[in-house]
Design a protein. Structure first.
Length: 86
């Protein structure tokens, strides 16, 4: 199990108390590319560009950012499974 997968499992257990750095680690660990602007960072998956997330760079994040990240990673896993015929 990779560090990103362990982080995802912990996020599923508790969706509060996470920081920007945690989501950055999660998205990068699952292969998302980073695009930065002044106040936000956008994550886009290179193989599935429809999978994208915008994250504010505040110290603590509202629960919605973590919920969206979990849903996006779940969708990524489904799409990767379809791509490999699983």
């Amino acid at each position: 199990m990779t560090a990103a997968e362990k982080l995802l499992a912990r996020m599923r257990q508790s969706k509060s108390g996470w920081k920007f750095k945690d989501l950055d680690t999660l998205y990068r660990g699952f292969g998302f590319e980073v695009h930065k602007s002044k106040k936000h960072t956008m994550y886009i998956h290179p193989d599935f560009p429809q999978l994208r997330a915008t994250v504010t760079r505040h110290r603590s994040l509202p629960i919605g950012y973590v919920q969206h990240a979990i849903q996006l990673i779940d969708q990524l896993k489904r799409l990767q499974g379809e791509e490999y015929g699983e």
